[in-house]
Design a protein around this ligand. Sequence first.
Ligand code: IPD
Ligand code: CA
Ligand code: CA
Length: 259
Amino acid sequence: MDRELNAAIEAALQAGEFLRQNFGKANALRYKSAIEIVTELDGQTEQIIAKRLQSEFPHYGFLGEEGHRQDSQAGFWVVDPIDGTTNYVRRIPVFAVSIALVVEGEPVIGVIYQPMVDELFAARKGGGATRNGQPIQVSHVDSLGRALVGSGFPYDAWTSERDNLAQWGRAVKSTFAVYCTGVAALGLCDVAAGRIDGYWELHLYPWDIDAGACIVREAGGVVTQVNGERFDPLGHTVLADNGRIHEAMLGLVGDGVRT
Ligand code: IPD
Ligand code: CA
Ligand code: CA
């Protein structure tokens, strides 16, 4: 898997360089829904990543947010070319490229690159997690009252009952603080690096969470669905934390949640 990890890193760096060069130039191309935008650069960046990975590994499938799809039994790449498109369009320099490789129902490679601060998170199953080449570990915080946690809101929050507001309300009342950067992939990296202690979201997609799930696990953390079930790389929810607060987090965000 070292060859796959290196290729994913190279693809993420190449995509990140393209996004850095175009920072400040992106305009909303269309609205996917009332509050979800997509730019030309999302598709172009996915194209860069797909070209790099599919030419070297034609036997793997591909699941890209912007439409690249290829089936395979051998495993498949899961790619979010820009996680944090709203930030990118609004010239907030907080966004990321996210690439995972899923094999036999598990993310075995995770690479997340934050171009504007040149920060690269990478992990291979069984090989540990790194930030710019240095090993990282989750935090040691063991009580909710001391825990800094993160989350976000789903794009269908205007209309869905599954809007995450009740979970946020409970978290605000019992954790040290709750943050929201608008970039789920980076929230998971922050858990892996021990900068925050937990992260959850209720309605995401594989490209938002698979790479981060691998990175958190390899940094010593615990990753499940928000209802406590085994993490599903084709699922829509994530609860990732340092392990020490997992039960408490489940009590906070897992109650009565439909997944
Ligand atoms: C979004 C970000 C955000 C999360 C949204 C995602 P996008 O991804 O990860 O943090 O709250 O639900 O869809 O659209 O910027 O790739
Ligand atoms: Ca995303
Ligand atoms: Ca995206």
